[in-house]
Design a protein around this ligand. Structure first.
Ligand SMILES: NC(=O)c1ccc[n+]([C@@H]2O[C@H](COP(=O)([O-])OP(=O)(O)OC[C@H]3O[C@@H](n4cnc5c(N)ncnc54)[C@H](OP(=O)(O)O)[C@@H]3O)[C@@H](O)[C@H]2O)c1
Length: 280
């Protein structure tokens, strides 16, 4: 009863603070559990990020899509708008400070404020062993996979306050089950589990929840190196009980749930979507 009243109050509060700006910007009436809320998703023109952007928009959010290449942003925006979804887009290489600033400015300009940040963009240059990685490779992996989510969040945070928002980081099953050929990538994804816990602690006083999606092998361009390599794939599959490769849509529903009021008491969790994984 108390909880229902709190959400009604919160809904009225949101109606009074910027909703008109958002509705005018999208021109599409929003329905669904995330209606009248705004999500920024990085690396969202393909693969898991695109599936997440689509699902959040299907569930009612206005979504700001982004990635490094303008033609990919244009294509994703056109495809999603063609499905009747409320999206805008801009170029953002998450490793570049000026691009992160533009992403924040675009979101604020179009939407007034932001409720959800999904840090999906990740990089996996062919690295091999951790000790064999050059300093340049270390820098690239840590800049994009680990530092960028924290830096982008710090830039976006002033526009997320007092909105009962949520942040979702995207790690990898390689965080728990490191693979020899993925070297520093494994390390960056393990560090994201820690970043999730620390940010959840730091942002709790602001009522912003922070959780982490930990995908297994999902069929995208990114994972071709794994699922097209028979030996590599065999070793992964031995640990997998559902015996199929995951699809981007297998990840998207969890992210929408974690943004929704249904998850309002869930923060600091790293949640695996991997068709079973052998860890405690
Ligand atoms: N697929 C898997 O099996 C798997 C498993 C575990 C974890 N993950 C994680 O899931 C995330 C997404 O992977 P995915 O498989 O969906 O990849 P994907 O299909 O290759 O898509 C990657 C997306 O990110 C964009 N992107 C790449 N580098 C970027 C950067 N530096 N800044 C901004 N955008 C960038 C790409 O567009 P542009 O080329 O236009 O930039 C594209 O939209 C990654 O963090 C990855 O580590 C994937």
């Amino acid at each position: 009863m108390l909880r229902a009243a709190a959400w009604v109050h919160w809904g009225l509060f949101r109606l009074c603070t910027g909703l008109s700006v958002r509705m005018a910007s999208s021109g599409i009436a929003q329905k669904g559990v995330l209606a009248n809320r705004v999500a920024v998703v990085t690396g969202s023109t393909d693969g898991i990020g695109l599936a997440i952007a689509r699902r959040l928009a299907q569930d009612g959010a206005h979504v700001v899509v982004s990635s490094r290449k303008q033609q990919n942003v244009d294509r994703a925006v056109a495809v999603l708008q063609g499905e009747g979804l409320s999206v805008t887009g801009t170029v953002c290489h998450v490793g570049k400070a000026e691009d992160r600033e533009r992403l924040v400015a675009t979101a604020v300009e179009h939407c007034g404020s932001v409720d959800f940040l999904v840090c999906n963009a990740g990089v996996n240059p062919p690295v091999g062993s951790t000790l064999g990685a050059s300093e340049q490779v270390w820098d690239k992996i840590l800049d994009v996979n680990l530092k960028a989510p924290a830096l982008l969040l710090s830039q976006l945070l002033p526009h997320m306050e007092n909105r009962r928002g949520a942040v979702i980081l995207i790690s990898s099953i390689a965080a728990y089950m490191p693979h020899v050929e993925l070297g520093a990538y494994n390390v960056s994804k393990t560090a994201l589990l820690g970043l999730t816990r620390t940010l959840a602690l730091e942002l709790a006083p602001k009522d912003i929840r922070v959780n982490c999606l930990v995908p297994g092998v999902i069929e995208t361009d990114f994972s071709k190196v794994i699922h097209k390599n028979k030996a590599f794939w065999k070793s992964f599959k031995e640990n997998m009980r559902l015996q199929r490769i995951g699809q981007p849509e297998d990840c998207a529903g969890l992210v929408s749930f974690l943004c929704s009021p249904e998850a309002s008491y869930i923060s600091g969790e790293n949640i695996v979507v991997a068709g079973f994984s052998p860890r405690l």
